[in-house]
Design a protein around this ligand. Structure first.
Ligand SMILES: Cc1cc2nc3c(=O)[nH]c(=O)nc-3n(C[C@H](O)[C@H](O)[C@H](O)COP(=O)(O)OP(=O)(O)OC[C@H]3O[C@@H](n4cnc5c(N)ncnc54)[C@H](O)[C@@H]3O)c2cc1C
Length: 568
């Protein structure tokens, strides 16, 4: 069992406040998570602080794809396509329960940017460079086969399509499971711990001033190296070092997704289509009884802490979908949820948003703060390797700094993350079958068990055991699973609030929002008793969840300001 319980939170804070670590990472998104894991795997004593919940920033708001790098072909970045293809295979092996291979259909229309030959050649080069396995090689489909493969597509002007594989991932859980593994391997990770300033020693950063946001308690953590992995907030956090001043390294681009119940847009596989109005490429991806469509890409200079879909974003995506899926046009009324995030892109003078590359860069301030900005979910492991290698190289020049016994190689390429401790494909298949078979005993449907397995992997049985402790007092078997998941979240995934559970650990706010209020009372009661919350603490927690619940549909009020659509 990993010691990662919200019930022991105060103890973890005290433990860290009293000591100095080699590396302190600020930011609990996928970038910070990867760096923490790489650091502890190589032998560093390392800790991570996150100002809200793990994965609450961009890392829970992506399109959820571990890209093979197809888009980089257009920019002729061949080495990047090769690296991304390799990374994709590694993430698949290490995060087996979270990553799923999905067929992606790329329709080709008369007058569109994509031609049959260019698509075929591009996909062929991509298969070759990204070392795509033989059974995943692209297929070019003629018009009639395309129509049969995806009957929802508009027929007029359709010439055919390309069919290839993308890898789909639960982004938030990937972040969390990487952090859990790092904690299991000796690291420390604290959520709701915000970096407020730096401790300086002779002009060098020697630690961080932190505040525990749940209790308001300030404390300090000393460290030999501090890494700023705060994505969209990286300029703000770098600015806490007054020697660095106000530097602009990242530009923010907003991306929105809309979610509809699957029956409203029942695509037979994921589709990557060109919006026939403005030629931008958009994804429509079926997942857990829903289809989500995204994304937008617009300049954003607001506060990254408060970002939501607007009516304009939503209407753009509805129109884009209806430009190709005319057999089943969707309406804004069909939307059950949305999410919005900001991409932290590395600023390059004279370049527009669309021209900025999605590459990552590492900067070192005069005071020694290491900032990593930009990048993608897909490349998190490589980004982490680069940051930790930089620290190892720096240590060689500073014999005065304590140097632990280090493994020079990160070995994160061979290290399964939490929940994916399968020794073989066979073991994965067997455990999945076993978990599915538990549905009879637990009296739930296959879909629920499948979801549970893909959420918790090798930890599923622990969740099931916790669910079973409610058998005598709770008659609804689905509620038992909910309660078991929440208990597991509190005791082993640092769940501190209803939002942590319903938004980040289980994504129910996005893929199940219509059902979410049904179990809110029993979930609240369990949270309060486990975490010993007072009635006023519980009320405030419930209200902050309800605010998030409302915010994903707040664009409706822009459309019709008189009608309040939220009922509770
Ligand atoms: C719409 C959209 C779609 C995308 N789709 C894909 C995709 O399909 N595939 C892909 O590979 N990539 C995709 N990306 C990119 C990918 O999501 C990001 O590159 C990645 O999630 C960035 O992770 P991060 O850890 O750097 O930032 P974040 O996830 O934002 O994490 C930074 C963290 O720092 C914390 N923080 C901020 N200030 C402080 C402080 N003072 N103290 C402590 N903590 C602090 C924040 O709360 C936040 O949790 C997409 C991005 C967007 C916006």
């Amino acid at each position: 069992m990993i010691p990662f319980s919200a019930k022991d939170r105060t103890g973890y804070f005290q433990k860290l406040a009293d000591k100095k670590v080699h590396i302190l990472v600020i930011g609990g998104g996928i970038t910070g998570a990867g760096i923490l894991l790489d650091a502890v795997n190589r032998g560093f004593e390392a800790a991570l602080i996150e100002k809200l919940d793990f994965g609450s920033g961009t890392s829970s708001r992506s399109t959820k794809l571990i890209h093979g790098g197809l888009r980089y072909l257009k920019q002729r970045q061949f080495a990047l396509v090769r690296e991304t293809g390799k990374e994709r295979a590694i993430v698949f092996n290490n995060a087996r329960h979270l990553v799923e291979k999905k067929k992606m259909l790329l329709p080709i229309y008369k007058g569109g940017t994509l031609g049959t030959w260019t698509t075929s050649i591009a996909l062929w080069i991509y298969d070759y460079l990204a070392r795509v396995g033989r059974n995943e090689h692209k297929l070019m489909l003629k018009k009639e086969t395309t129509r049969r493969t995806e009957p929802l597509l508009k027929q007029e002007g359709l010439k055919g399509s390309g069919l290839y594989y993308e890898y789909h991932v639960d982004d938030t859980r990937l972040t969390l499971e990487v952090i859990k593994k790092a904690v299991e391997n000796g690291g420390t990770a604290l959520n709701y711990a915000e970096a407020m300033g730096f401790i300086m020693d002779q002009g060098r950063i020697a630690g961080v001033e932190v505040v525990d946001k749940l209790t308001g308690t300030p404390f300090t953590i000393r460290a030999d190296y501090v890494v700023n992995a705060t994505g969209p907030w990286s300029d703000q956090v770098a600015g806490l070092d007054q020697q660095s001043g106000n530097i602009k390294r990242v530009v923010l681009s907003k991306g929105v997704h809309i979610v509809v119940p699957y029956y409203k847009l029942p695509v037979k596989q994921a589709v990557y289509f060109e919006n026939r109005k403005d030629r931008r490429m958009i994804f429509a991806i079926p997942w857990w009884g829903h289809t989500y469509v995204g994304t937008t890409d617009t300049a954003y200079d607001g506060d990254p802490d408060h970002i939501h879909a607007t009516a304009e974003d939503v209407e753009y995506l509805v129109d884009a979908a209806n430009s190709v899926f005319t057999r089943s046009p969707i309406r804004t009324e069909d939307i059950s949820s949305t999410w919005a995030g900001v991409r932290p892109l590395v600023y390059e003078k004279g370049k527009s948003l669309g021209e900025l590359s999605r590459k990552d860069e590492v900067f070192k301030s005069p005071g020694g703060l290491i900032t990593i900005a930009g990048g993608k979910l897909t490349g998190y492991r490589k980004m982490a390797e680069r940051v930790i290698q930089l620290i190892i190289d720096d240590l060689k020049d500073h014999p005065d700094k304590p140097r632990p016994v280090l493994h020079e190689e990160a070995l994160t390429d061979l290290s399964n993350i939490s929940g994916s401790e399968f020794r073989s494909d066979e073991e994965f298949r067997k455990l999945k079958l076993y978990c599915l078979s538990l549905r009879h005993h637990l009296e739930v449907d296959e879909d629920t068990m499948e979801k549970l397995f893909h959420r918790y992997g090798t930890n599923t049985e622990k969740v099931v055991a916790l669910a079973e402790t409610f058998t005598s007092e709770v008659s609804d078997p689905y509620l038992r699973i909910e309660l078991g998941s929440l208990l597991y979240g509190i005791r082993q995934e640092m769940v501190c609030s209803l939002s942590d559970h319903l938004v980040r650990r289980t994504s129910q706010l996005y893929f199940g929002r219509n059902q979410i209020l049904k179990y809110l009372e029993p979930l609240s009661a369990l949270l309060a008793s486990e975490l010993e919350l007072s009635p006023s603490q519980l009320l405030s927690d419930k209200n902050s969840f309800l605010k998030e619940y409302e915010a994903v549909m707040s664009w409706q009020k822009e459309k019709n300001p008189v009608t309040d659509t939220f009922i509770h």
